[in-house]
Design a protein around this ligand. Structure first.
Ligand SMILES: Nc1nc2c(c(=O)[nH]1)N=C([C@H](O)[C@H](O)COP(=O)(O)OP(=O)(O)OP(=O)(O)O)CN2
Ligand SMILES: [Zn+2]
Length: 123
């Protein structure tokens, strides 16, 4: 089994809901996103899946969030746009796009700052 990871990023505004503290107020982050996949077999070029494909699919999805107010977007209409909910949303959407017999999305990590990260995976 091979594990491959790409990093990308997006910038957006949000405010946590049902939260008491300064994060209930409008503010923004430059989120770093890590997408990790498992690959069972390698192709003739020795790749589980091309990093370019992973980055392209991740960035296509992140374009929906980039420079947006997350609370206004459909996935976060009824749930707080916390890093936990963001990484679960990304995991589910990327799994639908990328999963195949050979490749499965393993984990998505979302870094809200240099020292705070949430991740989501199926156990
Ligand atoms: N488990 C989570 N905790 C918090 C989340 C989250 O998504 N999951 N989000 C926030 C807020 O978004 C907030 O913007 C982050 O606050 P904080 O960690 O305090 O960020 P700072 O940059 O202010 O960190 P300092 O190290 O204190 O400067 C809060 N919690
Ligand atoms: Zn925040």
């Amino acid at each position: 089994m091979y594990r491959l990871t790409i990093q990308t990023h997006f910038a957006a505004a949000h405010n946590l809901i049902n939260y008491q503290g300064d994060c209930e107020n409008l503010h923004g982050h430059n989120w770093k996103v890590e997408v990790q996949v498992r690959a069972h077999q390698l192709d003739a070029a020795g790749l589980g899946i091309d990093f370019k494909v992973l980055k392209k699919e991740a960035n296509r999805l992140l374009d929906e969030l980039d420079h947006k107010y997350l609370n206004d977007l459909e996935p976060f209409k009824d749930i707080s746009p916390s890093s936990e909910h963001i990484c679960r949303f990304l995991f589910e959407r990327l799994s639908a796009r990328l999963n195949s017999d050979n490749v499965q999305v393993d984990e998505v990590r979302v870094w809200e700052s240099d020292n705070a990260c949430a991740s989501y995976r199926l156990d």
